[in-house]
Design a protein around this ligand. Sequence first.
Ligand code: ADP
Length: 600
Amino acid sequence: MKTLLASLKGSGMVCAYFYRFATKEKPKYLALLTMNVILLSVLPFLGILIPKSMIEELMGEQKIPRLCLLVGLLVGGTFLLKTLISILQEIRETWEDALSRRIDLEMSKKAMRIKFEHTESESALSARQKAETGMSWYSGGIKGMSECIVKLGTSFCVIFGVIWIVVAISPVLLLLSVTAVLVNAICTSKINLAAQEVFEKTPAINKFYSYIYTKINGREYAKELRLYHASPLVEKKAVENAKSLNQMDNECARKQFSWGILGSTMSAVGYGISYGWLGILALKGTITVAEFVTCITAMETLTNGCLIPFITNAQQLMMKCNFMSAFIAYEALEEEKDQGTEKLGAEGFDGITLEHVSFRYPGTEQWVLRDVSFEIKKGESISLVGLNGSGKSTLVKLICRLYDVTEGAIIIGGKNIKEYSYEEYVKLLSVVFQDFKLFGYSIEENVRMGGIQGEEGRKLEDVYELSGVSEWISSLEKKGQTIIGKEFDMEGVEPSGGQAQKLAIARAIYRNAPVVILDEPTAALDPVAEYEIYERFHDLIKNKTAIYISHRLSSCKFCDKIVVIGDHTVQEVGNHEELMARNGIYADLFQTQAKLYVAG
Ligand code: ADP
């Protein structure tokens, strides 16, 4: 009983959530559903009450005008009601399609807003998968939910009218019908339980399914698949995945079939007894022919048209709500914007101070950074140097607030950066990540998307020139309007690694933010292009505060300060000359690299 109450309460909350959502988009949606329920509730009474009057008339006075009126009422009323119902359902369908697209959009918006660390966490990925599955054919989304609610509402309204008719003729019949319906309800609940069990197990299997059929089949893996002859392995995994899914489906179908058969057998037995009982009453003359026919129709309406749909739809609704609650859980995941409220304009930026920063990735035990402290003054350019895996990119992610520091603090404008509103905070940053991504939109849209609203960005042409893509863009037929990639436009371009990297740099400098962060910005460039970038380095960063990571230590000479990271913490700080004179880690790394270049 307790679980049933909890389940009812949970379902109520889920319905309230989705109807709030629906009425925000379509304010008259609930009125439409109510109208639908009213019309559907009136319809069965035409078919029960008018034929009763017709039989009484036929067996009594047989007045033709009265009979014609009754036929007219039955035919005309049914036609009118059905037409209105179809119109309402047509409107509902289009509104519900729009609502379902809106739900997809919400899910995609959420995926773009959740805290960055959730994008890598297993539980958040499963939550997304579960939300998608929960809103798919499992529940039918808002459309599926409304379908249940309309049927539930209709059965509820009709039940009272029909019970009144049946009880007036034979109370025993009501008892028989209710017993048959209860048995049926138990069977249906077992059928739903089997579906629920499958739903709980599917997200993990479905995740593999979409990995194989969407991701691996896509462009991302095309090269590895061919060159490493990886398709037999992928095929093997696909067959194993299909086997698990088939096994689960079969198990579910077996259970549902057994309970379904039991349910229909019990219904048939219930019917047999009820018809037999009514027949005896009619033969004994306890009820008239008109009452016999009315009672048969009313009983049919009560069991198949009301009680069974009522219970089935109540159970279905609870199950759908359970599926759909996965969407609500996903929507509740913490977002970047949930953190910090303080405002910080470009003018409030006074440099960055790291105070005893320690960090380990969520869910791991290993410290990546330990007690890191240094300062980046406003307008200063610093270079982060260290071996692979020493934590340079991690430091950048912390400054970008993609992760929160585990211990210590990063201070800007006298406050912990966590205190600033995330949306405001990121306006401080122009970043080119090592694994930057360009979007399948036009070149111009890609570069402009970094522009900070309301602020005068740099001129697009200057940015193209500075980042070295001007000539290439001019050579394209559609210039800056050329789409990147051929996925959506056959005339799109596939930029080379170097062109793509220069575009990523263009996007960062167009943004014109006070802090420029370049993580391995020249990794994909040839030596000439790399030299050009270094030559224009100061024009590129335009005296802004800059954080620079590069494996080529010769590029550090351009920076005011070099911070050497090793053994999870800061090992040396100084400019090129100071660190060379110190003859420590930096000097060692620099000389080793210089020798390699000379040898090369
Ligand atoms: P660098 O930029 O100096 O090459 P990184 O900051 O990329 O180094 O990595 C530092 C350490 O953090 C490495 O040991 C790396 O394996 C680990 N690491 C990086 N990203 C993650 C992550 N998302 N989860 C767990 N560990 C990570």
